[in-house]
Ligand binder design. Structure first.
Ligand code: IDP
Length: 160
């Protein structure tokens, strides 16, 4: 038998990932969760909701005042979104790489936005752009008791 060390308990970086209304309408929730799961990231938060305008505006506060802001809030509040929190080593940066560029047409093949989208205002998915943004966004979308604390049995087969 092989003895495998168990060193992953320190890996607690989290990212806020959200399937936007276009992704939900198009039935892409499962595909998106699958990509993060198969990479080895741990799902610790998951809920479906139609965001209020207040929540959407707070989420995109950095874009308040830009020409596309009203349409962005209209879009995000137009239907259900799936709010997700994934945890694991470098999940913020790696999540952004998996998601691709803001403009799907400028995004490399293999990224979520390139594989599923065309227009910037219909780019399927949100992912936190820094660890600080992730902490702000997770606190905005989830209560602490909505995030699960557990250790997947596969952890020692994902991290050395
Ligand atoms: P990101 O989602 O790749 O982090 P941000 O610059 O934070 O990109 O923009 C937030 C969202 O606002 C984008 O995902 C996109 O849906 C929308 N957006 C950004 N820039 C534009 C624009 O110039 N026109 C229309 N929509 C935009």
């Amino acid at each position: 038998t092989t003895t495998v060390g168990f060193a992953a308990s320190a890996v607690t970086e989290r990212s806020f990932i959200m399937v936007k209304p276009d992704g939900v309408h198009r039935g892409l929730v499962g595909d998106i969760i699958k990509r993060f799961e198969q990479r080895g990231y741990k799902l610790v938060g998951c809920k479906v909701l139609v965001p209020s305008r207040e929540l959407a505006a707070k989420h995109y506060a950095e874009h308040d005042g830009k020409p596309f802001f009203p349409k962005l809030v209209d879009f995000l509040t137009s239907g259900a979104v799936v709010a997700l929190v994934f945890e694991g080593k470098d999940v913020v940066k790696t999540g952004r790489t998996m998601i691709g560029a803001t403009n799907p047409l400028a995004s490399p093949p293999g990224t979520i936005r390139a594989d599923f989208g065309i227009d910037m205002g219909r780019n399927i998915i949100h992912g936190s752009d820094s660890v600080e943004s992730a902490m702000r966004e997770i606190a905005l979308w989830f209560r602490a008791d909505e995030l699960a604390d557990y250790t997947p049995v596969a952890t020692a087969w994902i991290y050395e």
